[in-house]
Design a binder for this molecule. Structure first.
Ligand code: KG4
Ligand code: ZN
Length: 334
């Protein structure tokens, strides 16, 4: 009998549902929430309401695409943490109700662990142990993975996440939220060496991005004082230079992590791993340092339920089920 699992992701502003059968993703439906654009960031209450509107049609579409009905499911998985608590509550309540109604086990999944396991959705898959640079809007971590469910954070940001560094820089440039993909778009046509931004000297494997944000703020203030249309006239070069600095901060720490652990299987995950500069940079560093590099397909980098389903698959095999009184949590280590 195949094991069919429905997974739900609702930690931030994407409502997503996926179906996995014996470790193979059959569907991955994602509904984005455009309602936040005008506010320059995700508004938690609006996100919860949009999840409530989206969840039934998204689950319905995921089941239909997989050619299944609810009775075919053997377990229901959901993102338990971390995330916006109202958003997590919508997904967890839905998942628990469905597990109760179908009398199948419930599987609670950690969102950051799922980002790492997005690397296992398609071939080639990293061999254990491997390092994963997980970079999203809320997290920046280097994770040492010993097995699908055994992971340890060996480096993380001490202030802003890499995604925040992208989004806050974009905001300073007057670009709408989320600015990361827009910086990426303009950077493609700009000179990454035109403007120099500092690389913070943080000991060990930890990161810091708040100094970079301040440096960009002063850089823009100084130049705007001299030339009113400085940003408009140099947007592509500014974006390319900011992106270059963020990407080198990330990759230089990965080099250190690889040297310290002796691990040369290197992967990336999380929303920022969709960045073309990071993807290209990882390939170049990989050749230089003789790494085997793994980059998930674009749709599995930003928030999606396929990665929750992949994690649930391993948890199902390990018998790691959760009671129906499991509650979501805005913050939780894994
Ligand atoms: O993993 P994710 O979808 O959601 C969180 O769990 O946070 O990551 C969202 C973050 C945002 O900060 C967004 O700007 C960033 O990923 N992002 C990018 C790109 N695509 C998404 N940053 C830079 N370049 C991109 N192409
Ligand atoms: Zn995420």
């Amino acid at each position: 009998m195949p094991v069919n699992i429905l997974a739900i992701e609702s930690s931030c502003d994407e409502t997503s549902a996926a179906v996995i059968a014996d470790g193979k993703i059959l569907s991955n439906i994602i509904a984005n929430q455009s309602v936040h654009e005008q506010y320059g960031g995700v508004v938690p209450e609006l996100a919860s309401r949009a999840h409530q509107e989206n969840i039934v049609p998204v689950v319905d579409a995921a089941l239909k695409k997989a050619g299944m009905v609810p009775a075919d499911l053997n377990a229901i998985a959901f993102t338990q943490s971390p995330g916006l608590i109202g958003s997590l509550l919508v997904g967890s309540c839905f998942a628990k109700s469905m597990a109760l109604a179908l009398d199948v086990p419930l599987i609670a999944v950690h969102h950051m662990q799922a980002h790492v396991l997005a690397n296992f959705i398609e071939d080639p898959k990293p061999a254990f142990p491997f390092l994963c640079l997980t970079v999203s809007g809320g997290h920046t971590q280097i994770v040492l993975c010993e097995s699908p469910l055994q992971m340890r954070v060996i480096g993380e940001t001490t202030d802003d996440a890499a995604g925040e560094a992208f989004d806050k820089s974009a905001k300073l440039l007057g670009l709408p939220y989320p600015g990361g993909p827009l910086i990426d778009k303009y950077a493609k046509e700009g000179d990454p060496f035109k403007f120099k931004f500092p690389e913070p000297q943080i000991p060990g494997l930890n990161f810091s991005f708040s100094g970079l944000k301040t440096a960009i703020l002063y850089f823009l203030q100084d130049n705007r004082a001299k030339q009113a249309d400085f940003v408009e006239a140099n947007l592509r070069d500014i974006c390319a230079s900011i992106q270059h600095r963020i990407v080198t901060i990330l990759l230089n720490k990965l080099v250190k992590a690889s040297q310290e652990t002796g691990v040369r299987e290197i992967s990336i995950a999380g929303g920022v791993s969709a960045n073309s500069g990071l993807r290209q940079g990882l390939k170049e560093y990989g050749e230089k340092h003789q790494w085997n590099v793994y980059i998930p397909k674009f749709e599995y980098c930003t928030d999606n339920a396929a990665m929750i389903a992949m994690t649930a698959h391993y948890k199902y095999l390990a018998g790691a089920f959760s009671p129906l009184d499991t509650i979501p949590s805005a913050r939780a280590a894994f």
